[in-house]
Design a protein around this ligand. Structure first.
Ligand code: HEM
Ligand code: HEM
Length: 223
């Protein structure tokens, strides 16, 4: 069992992660249909009026109105830092790249271990902030279910166990096993849970958004 978790299950989780995301893209396009009726001609875009630099800056700033940055700047910073580090830290981690080089013969470059450790700590602090919001902020608590806590735990657990492993806290063998297991759980659950927003964020924002703006609006989103 231990050999399976540390060996084949690592490859299986990576394959499930990649094929699962491809499957979701396929489903996304399969479940939407090409429109059969012709589109009315789109209105011609109006010529943009010339703006002074001041007006241009004011218009850029006004684009922030109604965004998360205006309503909750702290959350904007925390979520941006969290997401950037969530991806960068494991990719450029010496421990991971050593294992990847051993099995594939190549790897990405690695950040100094103390830096990776600091970035891991920042991810954990961001995770604690998300947890705090869900536990103590009435308007967030009201819409939080057990599922949200489980997903947050799945996202954070590899960082917590990786942090413990690096500092050799508790029994190393057990902690590194838990780390590998939670890492695999995270990879496998991304395509099939709300963590799939990693993919759907871009499809919804840019594809569907584009369908209603600069693209041709050629697909139908309802049956
Ligand atoms: C799937 C298989 C995985 C394996 C085999 C694995 C293996 C390892 C190993 C060997 C270390 C070094 C521990 C040490 O220094 O003693 C490590 C650290 C770490 N891993 Fe993973 N890992 C996996 C998945 C993940 C995932 C999915 C994430 C996060 C998305 C992750 C995040 C981390 C972090 C942040 C550390 C370093 C913590 C620190 O330096 O403070 N790992 N991992
Ligand atoms: C790379 C593309 C990704 C984008 C564009 C993205 C975007 C977002 C957005 C817009 C939110 C909602 C705002 C917020 O509460 O912060 C969010 C929340 C969240 N994301 Fe991502 N995300 C991505 C990848 C991931 C990945 C790979 C994971 C973990 C595996 C993840 C874990 C989370 C979690 C746990 C939350 C909710 C935090 C809470 O409990 O409030 N995200 N993401």
């Amino acid at each position: 069992m231990l050999d399976f978790i540390q060996g084949p299950l690592v490859s299986i989780s990576i394959v499930v992660f990649i094929l699962g995301l491809l499957f979701q893209v396929f489903q996304f396009f399969r479940l939407t249909r090409k429109k059969e009726w012709g589109n009315p001609p789109l209105p011609q875009p109006m010529k943009p009026e010339k703006k002074t630099i001041g007006q241009q800056i004011a218009s850029w700033l006004s684009a922030l109105n109604g965004t998360l940055w205006k309503t909750d700047p702290v959350l904007t910073v925390v979520t941006s830092v969290f997401h950037i580090l969530l991806i960068i830290t494991p990719l450029f981690l010496l421990g991971h790249n050593t294992l990847i080089r051993l099995s594939c013969g190549w790897s990405l470059f690695s950040l100094p271990e103390s830096l990776s450790d600091g970035l891991t700590l920042i991810v954990l602090i961001c995770g604690a902030y998300f947890l705090g919001r869900r536990l103590f902020l009435a308007r967030v608590k009201a819409i939080t279910t057990a599922y949200d806590y489980i997903m947050l735990l799945i996202a954070i657990a590899p960082f917590l166990t990786g942090f413990f492993a690096y500092h050799q806290w508790f029994d190393y063998e057990t902690v590194i096993l838990l780390h590998i297991l939670t890492g695999e759980l995270m990879l496998i659950s991304i395509p099939f849970t709300k963590l799939g927003h990693m993919l759907f964020f871009f499809l919804y924002r840019f594809f569907i958004g584009g369908e209603y703006s600069f693209l041709r609006g050629s697909r139908s989103w309802s049956w």
